[in-house]
Ligand binder design. Sequence first.
Ligand SMILES: CC(C)(COP(=O)(O)OP(=O)(O)OC[C@H]1O[C@@H](n2cnc3c(N)ncnc32)[C@H](O)[C@@H]1OP(=O)(O)O)[C@@H](O)C(=O)NCCC(=O)NCCS
Length: 196
Amino acid sequence: MDTTASALEPYATCRTISNVPAEAVRHVWEAKDGTSVLLRAIKPDDFEIERDFVNGLSRSTGYKRLMSGRRPTFDEMHRWTHIDPQREGAVITVVLIDGRKRQVGVARYAMEPGKHDVAECAIVISDAWQGRGLGSQLLSSLIKLARQSGLKRLYGTTLAENGAMVRLAQRLGFRVSYDPHSTFLWALSLELTSQE
Ligand SMILES: CC(C)(COP(=O)(O)OP(=O)(O)OC[C@H]1O[C@@H](n2cnc3c(N)ncnc32)[C@H](O)[C@@H]1OP(=O)(O)O)[C@@H](O)C(=O)NCCC(=O)NCCS
């Protein structure tokens, strides 16, 4: 089977902040069961697969991601696929199921207004793909993109009970500490000044 990135999906040019080519993070990862997973920067025409992905998440997974039981709106999902490459980065994971392209994860960062070299990040993997090593691959790709785009720090927040996210963050070098504003959240922070 051809497991190259171009076999899973033809390449389309897309640029991120500082004109870093999306190619920098585009690669295929092979899961333990042999499934080829394409990791690449998000594009505006990913709206439909992003919408299906988000709508397919369980309530528990959606809650851990948004820390709320609400369902994302059309406008939010539109914005998540039409990112501002000067201030945001997003890497998605795509698999072929019955010849149809499906999104099974996304990791993203976004700078807050007024900040230019630090960004908040978040990640979510579809329920069926959790615990299979994909989160590690995806967050590593986002870190690479952030580093190559000139960011100095990524930070985030997770529920203290979210063992998978805490473990994943620790594994990739994030400092994990109590969030001073909340007893049920952990603060995550990764300095990007050192080279990989
Ligand atoms: C958190 C999340 C992104 C992790 O991705 P994943 O693909 O499931 O994680 P991986 O399989 O790559 O595992 C990463 C590490 O976490 C550990 N892990 C996985 N599931 C775990 C669990 N339920 N409890 C504790 N540790 C767990 C793995 O053993 C691995 O550690 P190791 O490398 O030391 O063995 C994913 O589970 C998810 O999308 N959860 C719901 C949404 C969410 O919580 N988002 C984060 C909001 S900030």
